[in-house]
Design a protein around this ligand. Structure first.
Ligand SMILES: C[S@@+](CC[C@H](N)C(=O)[O-])C[C@H]1O[C@@H](n2cnc3c(N)ncnc32)[C@H](O)[C@@H]1O
Length: 246
């Protein structure tokens, strides 16, 4: 199996320290999340492997499809896989470059599917939305909210992941996967510990130990991974899957 490629080294891991006007503390204007990530995606024709994340496949394969929200969808492999399983997907990312690639990949997959089925063109099953999670809150409620490796150089993870949890409808599933801080990829920008979380930090910060939630999976899983220049390493994923009861 092609391994999922990890964070790209061109991304810095320094949170942008800004004043209210969006300037750095030294008065230097800071690039927006959109321009930072657009630049990263433009640096290579493809950043990620094109395969769905393995923890998503493992944890979501047994769920009954409904409405799904993929936060920080990147080049779209997870959203496309979910749509192929029957989910109606809203896929959100700050980068227009990533979303354009994602929509192109979806079209290629749908064209292939329509040839196999001997049918005409199959319409898109995914809403691709450009949103900045620093400012935007999900609208509506979802049967599945998935956040895969949403490690943002420019902001803390608690805000967007609390918003992710709030967007799960009663009976729905929250799935969060990220790099475990104790076994980070040895390449790229994985040195700022505040960007990463352990399973217990997730439960504590997102208040998932309340009676509203049942936590079904809370673990750390090792997996082999390949870096952007072909480096091999065993890294660890923090995995949380929880169901909202009310
Ligand atoms: C490490 S990548 C993970 C991509 C994808 N989930 C995957 O696993 O392949 C993080 C993604 O979050 C997006 N992102 C970063 N900051 C964001 C923000 N403020 N709002 C929305 N998306 C953001 C980036 O554009 C990028 O696609």
């Amino acid at each position: 199996m092609t391994q999922h490629r990890e964070d790209h080294p061109h991304i810095t891991d320094h949170p942008h320290s800004t004043d209210d006007a969006g300037n750095g503390l030294g008065g230097t204007p800071q690039p927006s999340a959109a321009s930072t990530w657009d630049e990263m995606y433009r640096s290579r024709p493809q950043i990620w492997s094109g395969k769905p994340n393995p923890q998503l496949v493992r944890e979501a394969a047994g769920l009954r499809p409904g409405k799904a929200l993929d936060l920080g969808c990147g080049e779209g492999a997870d959203a496309i896989w979910l749509a192929q399983q029957g989910w109606a997907v809203t896929a959100v990312d700050v980068s227009a470059v990533a979303l354009e690639r994602a929509a192109t990949h979806e079209k290629t997959a749908l064209d292939r599917e329509s040839v196999h089925a001997g049918e005409g063109a199959i319409p898109s099953r995914i809403r691709w939305e450009q949103r900045d999670l620093e400012e935007w809150m999900p609208e509506g409620a979802f049967d599945l909210v998935s956040s895969q490796f949403l490690h943002l150089p420019s902001m803390a993870w608690r805000g967007p992941l609390l918003a992710a949890a709030a967007a799960v409808k009663p009976g729905g599933t929250l799935l969060i996967v990220g790099h475990h801080p104790d076994r980070l990829p040895p390449w790229g920008s994985h040195t700022a510990p505040e960007r990463f979380y352990t399973p217990s930090q997730l439960v504590q910060e997102l208040k998932l130990d309340s009676p509203e939630w049942v936590v079904e999976v809370l673990t750390t899983r090792d997996r082999p991974a390949t870096g952007p220049d072909g480096q091999e390493a065993v890294i660890a994923d923090t995995v949380l899957r929880a169901t909202r009861l009310a």
